[in-house]
Design a protein around this ligand. Sequence first.
Ligand SMILES: O=P(O)(O)OC[C@H]1O[C@](O)(CO)[C@@H](O)[C@@H]1O
Length: 391
Amino acid sequence: MPATPTAPVILGDEPGSFPHSVLAERHPAIVRQVRDAFPYDPTRHRALDALLANCADGAVEPLAATAHDRDLWSAWGLGAHTGRSWYDIPWLWSESYFYRRLLDAVGYFGPGPWQGIDPFRPCKLAELDAPETGEELAALDGLADLPAAEQARALLHGSLWGNRADLGFRLSGGGAAAEPVPALVADDSDALWSLLPSDGAGTLCLIADNAGRELVPDLLLVAHLLERGRVGRAVLHVKPYPYYVSDATTADVVDALTRLVRAEGRAAGYGSLLWSAMADGTLTVRAHPFSAGPLPYADLPADLRAELATAALTVVKGDLNYRRLVGDRRWPATTPFADVTAHFPSPVAALRTLKSDVVTGLTPATEAALDAAEGPRWRTGGTHALIQVRP
Ligand SMILES: O=P(O)(O)OC[C@H]1O[C@](O)(CO)[C@@H](O)[C@@H]1O
């Protein structure tokens, strides 16, 4: 094994593959869904129709000369990818740029009346209002009598499996099937807990993924760790603008906290704790532009790298963040997780349900058992999860 392992970057160019289906089917479906979700004006309809025609069969188009982030995207490779098929460039790049273009089409960056209107907000709010969310919050009261370690474990698993509730995933109609065996394909949770300094003064960074039913348990986990003095400070990294359908933005954090403080019982207590923690700076929300960028975390910009380097532990949530953490490549599944995350500036834990082909750190026996039981389906079905840690 070389010191810096490598593997082919995933493209979307193989018909029948999962990445290809996302570009060819999921993206057009998302454009249609967004077009139906708001009473957009004719200009917005024309822009959405143009994106619909372009995204499945066309070539990558540049941003407008006036776009506020044109330089940023140029630095991220826009020039090199312009004019090429969406299928022939790194899949991670194509997907990220698709969401950037979608926001253009709905007028998100303005100027105009649709500036700042999140096209995915109705779905996100519906999740927060769903009866399941209320049930999950009520279940929190039942944890109170458990030993501390079991409470922490339950909240960690709530955050982990919260990643299954992802709206983009649901749009494709590929919802979670029967309970998987084994559900957890890797479990380094003991190592995760051991990374929190015993003096309770460490900083936890949590790179969030989805809003709604994933962000709520993420926040509960953070609240629990702050309340119990397991961490002294927490930093929640969210997206600077709507992305991958349900990814959390600052507005979604506000919605989730509002949902918590209006709940009953322990959930409300955690909500108040977090509200105060934000007011006194114990909990900080960050929305760095790179968080919605199309590059892997190996390419972290210097300021974000320096910031994350101060964390006792960074928890990286979800499938997309996993792809960005280990690199969106065709790794052999047994590639050591520590090798592919050696670039990351702090100790790091990945909490993710498996929703794309990328995976590392499995034992040969686990990979063989999964293949034998399910064929390739275990990689993308969202029915399996992992907790992987690199100290
Ligand atoms: O919300 P998550 O867990 O990041 O999952 C989003 C997922 O959506 C996809 O990008 C497909 O659109 C997955 O492959 C992916 O990584």
